[in-house]
Design a protein around this ligand. Sequence first.
Ligand SMILES: Nc1ncnc2c1ncn2[C@@H]1O[C@H](COP(=O)(O)OP(=O)(O)OP(=O)(O)O)[C@@H](O)[C@H]1O
Ligand SMILES: [Mg+2]
Length: 216
Amino acid sequence: MAASFITFEGLDGSGKSTHLKRAAEWMRAGGLEVRCTHEPGGTPLGDAIRGLFLDPRWESVEPRVEALLVFASRRQHLHELVEPALRAGVNVLCDRFTDSSLAYQGIGRGLARPWLEELDRLATDGRRPDRTLLFDLPAETARGRGQSPKRRQREGGLDRFDALDLAFYRRVRDGFLDLARDDPERFLIIDSSGDVESTWAQVEVAMGQIVKVRAS
Ligand SMILES: Nc1ncnc2c1ncn2[C@@H]1O[C@H](COP(=O)(O)OP(=O)(O)OP(=O)(O)O)[C@@H](O)[C@H]1O
Ligand SMILES: [Mg+2]
């Protein structure tokens, strides 16, 4: 079976990283090869761009510049890591991809969808993942989770997105849900408003629909 390109999407604090790690362990236990990666970043150049992208020193980054940075990182990521891994038969699990750009830079920042689609076409030829898990929960709940902005402020790790208000995150959540409604064949919506175990139970079912693992 061809390797799958699976992305994990949702708000900050929605549980993407927690469940991506667990999904990778689940796939490996089932005999599949998996490469875990993330955006922005995933390559040395991409991670350098990620540092620029999140750095709170640039208080106002013009929205198009923000989008150009993430798509530059994405182009390099596809070229250097994602496509070669898939060609070699390795499944790729990626924390965020183009849907995050459409939700955050599009709906959140207000960039026009046709402009973002043109940029996407130039940078990635409109590449989409095979399947996408959307971790959905109210913005308030996501903001209150373990790595909440308050806690990170205390620990000195606040990034540029932590400063944004709840209204921004509510728009982004709705943006993700609209994307999922427009492409129901690709998206699987995971209700991540509950605890980790109830969320994982849904992820395990979803992963079972996407890949075939060896029975353990
Ligand atoms: N249902 C749940 N699913 C996942 N994490 C949860 C859940 N309930 C509480 N948590 C806690 O929420 C925190 C955030 O989870 P995680 O880091 O996986 O989110 P994330 O989507 O990767 O966020 P970010 O975009 O900021 O990296 C973790 O500390 C986790 O233990
Ligand atoms: Mg994360």
